[in-house]
Design a protein around this ligand. Structure first.
Ligand code: TYM
Length: 329
């Protein structure tokens, strides 16, 4: 049995990228492995949310996990800041994480390019906090999207470095995991890059049908193919990628064929895509609403999860302290 762990930042509602990149894989794995799933609220502090927003987002994301099918009786479902062992391991790992390697991390470089006025140390050490999340439970499989591949590579580096430094074989090497073998990248609706919370190009699980239709109909396309089997432009490729994920294979093939033979009408394709997304998100949105209205249940889930997660985390941190040489007087 593997130890599986994944998490999502509590920076707002979950979008289709989070769902297909991480959550759905996790939901499918929870019955077969020892699974931990958490809400990364420390990570969300890099963007300085207000206290009300911070708590509101954690509650929303917790309700969304449950609505997507995470079973808190089977998997361990918790909030990152409920485990004091995580920041402790983060501190210890930071002693062996080099500034140069952190500065070379793609996600850090991207953040400083986009937000040059907020280059804080939390952003620089984001990968060590993520490594602490994973190593605190000695997880071996981490269901994530393609954008997290490099963070996983860094986690392996930190784990191996710890083992070498203290001449132990303590931390396992975690691998990024997707059910379909390939890590996925769900594109946004703006014609470039990936779907993301901060990009303004996302469809959220909590969006109502009207919002979804309007977002999809506005998705960027091009003026259409002019010759058979023409190479697709980036925005059109993205639309097809989304369709492959949410629609039936027959629907996907139909529009592929329409494209190849230059008969495609993007308006029709978008209408179909929007309806297929709505079919998937509507039951989830209804469950989110139900769960959000039940504070007592959310609180019970968070307490129960924190207790289970602390048990595993405190075992690891005690062993790590012994390995490093902390001794009680
Ligand atoms: P976050 O909150 O940006 O995203 C959460 C998960 O969703 C995946 N994802 C995507 N997958 C495919 N296509 C997309 N467009 C897309 N957008 C997001 C991400 O790959 C991720 O799996 N650092 C993490 C949170 C985290 C974590 C961890 C994850 C903190 N500690 C430990 C795993 C293990 C993050 O910011 O994800």
């Amino acid at each position: 049995m593997e130890i599986v762990l994944s998490g999502i930042r509590s920076t707002g509602k979950l979008h289709l990228g989070n769902y297909y990149g991480a959550l759905l894989n996790f939901v499918q794995m929870q019955h077969e492995h020892k699974c931990f799933f958490f809400i990364a609220d420390y990570h969300s502090l890099t963007t300085h949310p207000t206290p009300t927003d911070l708590h509101g987002s954690v509650k929303q994301v917790l309700a969304e996990y449950l609505a997507c099918g995470l079973d808190p009786e089977i998997a361990t479902l918790y909030v990152q800041s409920d485990l004091p062992q995580v920041p402790e391991l983060y501190l210890l790992l930071n002693m062996n994480a080099y500034v140069g390697e952190l500065e070379r991390c793609t996600s850090f470089k991207e953040k400083i390019r986009k937000h040059p006025d907020n280059i804080n140390a939390g952003l620089l050490t984001y990968p060590t906090l993520m490594a602490a999340d994973i190593l605190i439970h000695k997880a071996t499989m981490v269901p994530v999207g393609k954008d997290q591949e490099q963070h996983l590579e860094m986690t392996r580096t930190f784990a191996n470095r710890f083992n070498r430094l203290y001449k132990v074989d303590y931390f396992p090497e975690p691998v990024a995991y997707n059910f379909g073998k390939e890590l996925v990248k769900i594109p946004g609706l703006d014609g470039s890059g990936k779907m993301g919370k901060s990009e303004g190009n996302a469809i959220y699980l909590y969006d109502d049908p009207k919002t979804i239709r309007s977002k999809v109909m506005k998705a960027v396309t091009d003026s259409g193919p002019t010759q058979p089997n023409q190479e697709k432009s980036e925005p059109v490729k993205n639309l097809f990628t989304l369709m492959r994920v949410v629609s039936d294979p027959e629907t996907y093939s139909y529009f592929e064929e329409q494209y190849s033979s230059c008969h495609i009408r993007y308006g029709d394709m978008k209408k179909q895509l929007a309806e297929d997304i709505i079919r998937i998100t509507t039951p989830i949105r209804e469950r989110i609403e139900e769960i959000l209205a039940n504070d007592a249940y959310l609180s019970q889930v968070a307490h129960h999860g924190a207790e289970k997660a602390r048990e595993s985390a405190s075992k690891t941190i005690n062993e790590v302290r012994q390995i490093i040489g902390f001794r009680n007087f």
